[in-house]
Ligand binder design. Structure first.
Ligand code: C2E
Ligand code: CA
Ligand code: CA
Ligand code: CA
Length: 279
C-alpha cells in the first residue's frame, strides 16, 4: 500500500529485503536524533476518578525523522534499546519531562505528576540515579512530582536487583509505578517488596472490557491486588464510557486513554488544565 502500484507479494519481498538495511539506517539515525533535535514529547493526561481531576501526565516520546516523518515509539524504542542509544535518549526524555513539568508549575498551573517510561537498558544503567538527580536539579522540579514507569516484565527479570534499585530511587523522593501490569508473570510474593505506588492495568485487558467476562475478572483481580498491597491502580487505553463505568464501579482509582484525551503537545495540556481550573 505504501509503495503505490506494487502487488502484495512484491511488497512483502521488498519489506523483507529492506528490513535489515532499514533497521541499521534507523539505528544510525537514532544516534543523531537527540543532537539534531528530532525528538519531542507529548503528554497524555491521567484522571483521578474520585475527584474528577487531572493529577498527572505520561510523557510519550515522538521522533520526527527528517525523511520518513513521524515514527512511532513502538518502531524505534526497541531499536534504541538494542543499539544502546536509549540511554542518551532516555536521559533527554528525563530532562525534557522535568523541565516541562516545572515550566507548567511556573506558569501557575496546578502541579502535575509527570510519568516517564524507563526501558530495561536504562534501568540497568549504573548512572540512572545520577541522571535522574541531575534532571531534577537542573529543572528545579521537586522529586515528588516525578514518577518512573517500569514494566512488570522488567522488574521480574531479577527481583532482588530491581528491588534494590527501586528502593534507591524511592529514597530520592520520586514515585514508581508498574506499567503493563498483567502481561508479565509476577511473583505475587515479590510484588510486595517493591516500593511501588501504582499499578497500571495493561490496555489489552481494557479493550474488550465491555464484552469479555475474562477481562472483567482480570481487571477486578488487579484492582483488588493493588488495593491489598496499598497501591493505587490506573487503567490505560480507556476509550469508551462503558469501559470507564466498569472501572469506576469496580473501584479503579484512575484512568488514562482517548476517552479523556490523546497525548498532547505541552501547550495542549496547559489549555486543558486552564479550562479545568476556570470552571
Ligand atoms: P506505554 O508506556 O504502554 O504507553 C501507552 C501507549 O498507549 C502510548 O502509545 C499511548 O499513545 C497509547 N494510548 C494512549 N491512550 C490510548 C487509548 O485510549 N487506546 C489505545 N489503543 N492506545 C492508547 P505510544 O505513545 O505509541 O507509545 C508506545 C510505547 O512506546 C509506550 O507504551 C512505551 O512502552 C514506549 N515509549 C514511549 N515513550 C517512551 C520513552 O520516553 N521512553 C521509553 N523507554 N519508552 C517509551
Ligand atoms: Ca507507560
Ligand atoms: Ca502501558
Ligand atoms: Ca504497553
Amino acid at each position: 500500500a505504501k509503495d503505490g502500484g506494487k502487488n502484495n507479494y512484491q511488497f512483502y519481498a521488498c519489506e523483507m529485503n529492506a528490513s535489515l538495511e532499514e533497521k541499521l539506517a534507523l539505528m544510525d539515525g537514532l544516534r543523531k536524533a537527540v543532537d539534531e533535535q528530532q525528538l519531542r514529547l507529548e503528554y497524555q493526561p491521567k484522571l483521578d476518578l474520585e475527584s474528577g481531576r487531572i493529577f498527572g501526565v505520561e510523557a510519550l516520546l515522538r521522533w520526527q525523522h527528517p525523511e520518513r516523518g513521524a515514527i512511532r515509539p513502538d518502531q524505534f524504542i526497541p531499536l534504541a534499546e538494542e543499539s544502546g542509544a536509549i540511554v542518551a535518549i532516555g536521559e533527554w526524555v528525563l530532562r525534557e519531562a522535568c523541565r516541562q513539568a516545572r515550566a507548567w508549575q511556573d506558569a501557575g498551573l496546578p502541579p502535575l505528576t509527570i510519568s516517564v517510561n524507563v526501558s530495561p537498558r536504562q534501568f540497568d544503567d549504573l548512572r540512572l540515579e545520577a541522571r535522574v538527580a541531575e534532571a531534577l536539579q537542573q529543572s528545579g522540579l521537586a522529586p515528588r512530582w516525578l514518577e518512573l514507569e517500569v514494566t512488570e516484565s522488567l522488574i521480574m527479570r531479577d527481583v532482588q536487583q530491581a528491588v534494590a534499585k527501586m528502593r534507591e530511587l524511592e529514597a530520592m523522593g520520586l514515585a514508581l509505578s508498574i506499567d503493563d501490569f498483567g502481561t508479565g508473570y509476577s511473583s505475587l510474593a515479590a510484588l510486595k517488596s517493591f516500593p511501588i505506588g501504582r499499578l497500571k492495568i495493561d490496555k489489552s485487558f481494557v479493550r474488550d472490557l465491555a464484552n469479555s467476562a475474562d477481562d472483567q475478572a482480570i481487571a477486578r483481580a488487579i484492582i483488588s491486588l493493588a488495593h491489598q498491597l496499598q497501591m493505587r491502580v490506573i487503567a490505560e487505553g480507556v476509550e469508551t464510557a462503558q469501559q470507564c463505568e466498569f472501572l469506576r464501579a469496580n473501584g479503579c482509582d484512575e484512568l488514562q486513554g482517548y476517552l479523556l484525551s490523546p497525548p498532547l503537545a505541552a501547550a495542549g495540556i496547559a489549555a486543558l488544565l486552564q479550562a479545568g481550573t476556570a470552571t
